[in-house]
Write a protein that binds this ligand. Structure first.
Ligand code: WTA
Length: 633
């Protein structure tokens, strides 16, 4: 869904930072910091000094085998060591590292020292299960402390994690597990969602029956629902049993800077989701540095990112960014409006959250309940706010800024992706803010707007968002798909990476993101490919062919509109619509929100048989169909 930013750019309000913000900010001069960032290697290597390296790097950036860029070559480092072990040697030893809170109001606080013990025990247990450096471990878990412990345990011993979002379903699990040939899978009995317990274990069980590579399923008894470990005889073990009696010290594995850290599947414009690979040192550096400067992290901060660890936002800013800075991170399991729409603000007040990072879709949802709930709680602890995942509309921006931030807290609209690993375009707390614009590329990041030939476009004109220079947290490859990886990096001359977004720059150089330029949808901030939804449709016996596009939605940003061709004998009546919705949901999980299903006789296609989504989108928006010369009919 492309939003019309020409209208938006008429939004002329500018919000300036207060004197207090300016005085306390780590970066006081935005322009000067951007200037410094132009010397990429110097800038990033200075920032890399923040970590404890087992061995310093020999070369900052190696561009000899493009697009397989390498950072901090020759360096040896370990993520878990830097995120946990390092702090127990300091005054942070007994500081709370993780505050876990759920929708029932239950909480669990874990100090850095307790986290250290838990990670070590699990790391040793994983070794005893035969997990070695380079092996892939999967998780299908709720937002709970054991998930963070599992990921840190993997990184401690050099295992690569592949997190599967707990909102995904059997089909997605089977696909991801089989593609990565995972031997160990972590899951839990269930997760809390709006007063119910969603049974994750049965979904995992159903999936594992189709995944012969899985040797061990580690089950966390999270909600206390009685479960029997019998179905998958011999392959299952409770988490508690697994770590029982394990030694509480584990030597961190010295990882090469470029050793893979994790795989995270994300949707592309064609085919199945792709396994994005991030490596160790660059990713650590990118997440820690951007968090530090964008959210201006100080010693006394309490950081809360509401994103799920199942996606990149949670990887980078629930777990790794905060812990690498020694900052307490809030892990919340539940919805933003249960038991009531004040639940988030209640948490901010109770714990004194200082930095709050969320998604525009959640804000648009909460806006509907007015300011009754934001007024009910004391939100004065808050200092900086942030959003991510989709364009934020000025109304939602202003609502958050005014009613949550009380016009005191700068709002950071951060643009980035699973592939970028870290924030790429964002204001800093000292920046002038414009509601709806993500401001400028961060220091050490070179992003621009170009036309289809790679030439810069004039002010106010739409173009492709591209990155022109390598950055430390850039993804390094796609799992088992090197060819597709190479294609992504070579689209425009002079630019290294095409992000797949459309954008306009205004006279101050501010970026106004318009939306995706490809066939990727953003539903409530979740990324999903039209190809995946289409293949879910055609796996139903009634459907011959399907084409889907995004339809704009006031809360979710966009939802799915499907055009389907039915097999003879079927009619699109209420019963079949219900069945199709259920079917797509079973295949893809609740992320695939279906707005409308329309029956058609034909779909617009190119002569080579590819569906022309562009035509369907233009028709939907009542626009000119554009160039139809490649259209078959
Ligand atoms: C979109 C999420 C506008 C964009 C971290 C991008 C945004 C995709 C913003 C990546 C923003 C993310 N303004 N659009 N501030 N942030 N996007 O991989 O289309 O789930 O390409 O990563 O989200 O989605 P992903």
């Amino acid at each position: 869904m492309i939003r019309d930013t020409t209208v938006l750019m008429n939004e002329k309000r500018v919000f300036k930072p207060s004197e207090e913000i300016k005085e306390n900010a780590l970066v006081k001069n935005w322009e000067a910091e951007i200037e410094k960032g132009k010397n990429l290697e110097k800038y990033w290597s200075e920032k890399a000094e923040q970590f404890e390296w087992f061995k310093k790097w020999d070369k900052v950036l190696d561009e000899s085998n493009k697009p397989f860029y390498k950072w901090f070559l020759g360096g040896k480092i370990n993520l878990a060591y830097n995120a946990v072990d390092r702090w127990i040697k300091s005054e942070k030893r007994n500081q709370v590292a993780i505050i876990y809170i759920n929708e029932r109001g239950e909480e669990k606080k874990i100090t850095f020292y307790e986290l250290y013990l838990a990670v070590n025990k699990l790391a040793n247990a994983l070794k005893n299960l035969g997990v070695k450096k380079g092996d892939i471990v999967s998780t299908y878990m709720p937002m709970c402390p054991e998930l963070l412990i599992a990921l840190l345990a993997c990184t401690k011993i050099g295992a690569i994690h592949s997190v599967i979002y707990s909102g995904l379903s059997v089909g997605s699990l089977v696909e991801r597990i089989n593609e990565t040939q995972v031997k160990v899978l972590f899951t839990a009995d269930g997760t809390y969602r709006r007063g119910k317990v969603i049974d994750l274990k049965s979904i995992a069980d159903e999936a594992v029956l189709q995944c012969p590579s899985v040797e061990t399923i580690v089950v966390v008894n999270h909600t206390g629902t009685p479960i029997e470990l019998s179905k998958l005889s011999g392959r299952e073990i409770f988490y508690e049993r697994l770590v029982e009696g394990e030694a509480s010290y584990c030597e961190p594995e010295p990882m090469d800077s470029e050793d893979p850290l994790f795989i995270l599947y994300t949707s592309g414009s064609t085919g199945k989701p792709k396994g994005v690979i991030h490596t160790t040192a660059g990713y650590m550096l990118g997440t820690a540095t951007t968090l530090r400067y964008v959210f201006d992290i100080h010693e006394d901060d309490l950081f809360w990112c509401t994103g799920d660890i199942g996606w990149i936002t949670g990887h980078s800013y629930v777990i790794y960014g905060p812990l690498l800075l020694g900052t307490t991170t809030v892990v919340y399991e539940g919805a933003p409006d249960y038991p009531d729409p004040g639940v988030w603000w209640k948490i901010v007040e109770k714990y004194g959250v200082t930095k709050f990072y969320t998604a525009p879709t959640a804000i648009r949802h909460l806006m509907r309940f007015g300011i009754r709930y934001t007024d009910l709680y004391n939100l004065e602890s808050l200092r900086i706010l942030g959003t991510v995942g989709e364009p934020i509309n000025p109304e939602a921006w202003i609502w958050l800024y005014k009613n949550v931030g009380k016009e005191r807290c700068p709002l950071m609209d951060t643009w980035w992706q699973t592939e970028t690993g870290m924030h790429m375009i964002s204001p800093l707390p000292v920046s002038d803010l414009k509601p709806g614009a993500t401001a400028l590329p961060l220091p050490g990041v070179d992003a621009d707007v170009v036309d289809g030939k790679g030439n810069p476009v004039p002010v106010g004109k739409g173009g492709y968002l591209v990155i022109k220079k390598p950055w430390p947290a850039m993804f390094r490859n796609l799992h088992k798909n090197k060819e597709r990886f190479k294609e992504i990096w070579s689209e425009f001359p002079g630019c290294i990476y095409n992000a797949g977004d459309m954008v306009r720059k205004d006279e101050d150089g501010y970026f106004w993101i318009q939306g995706r330029s490809d066939d990727v949808l953003k539903i409530a901030g979740h990324r999903i490919g039209t190809a995946e939804v289409e293949s879910a449709f055609v796996s139903h016996p009634a459907v011959v062919e399907a084409a889907v596009i995004g339809r704009s939605d006031p809360i979710k940003g966009e939802i799915i509109k499907a055009f389907i061709i039915l097999r003879g004998g079927y009619e699109l009546k209420t019963k079949l619509i219900g069945e199709l919705k259920k079917h797509v949901r079973h295949e893809l999980g609740p992320v695939a929100v279906l707005g409308e299903i329309v029956q058609v006789d034909k779909l617009p296609k190119t002569r080579s048989g590819k569906i022309m989504h562009r035509i369907l989108r233009a028709q939907e928006m009542g626009e000119n169909l554009g160039d139809t010369s490649t259209l078959e009919e």
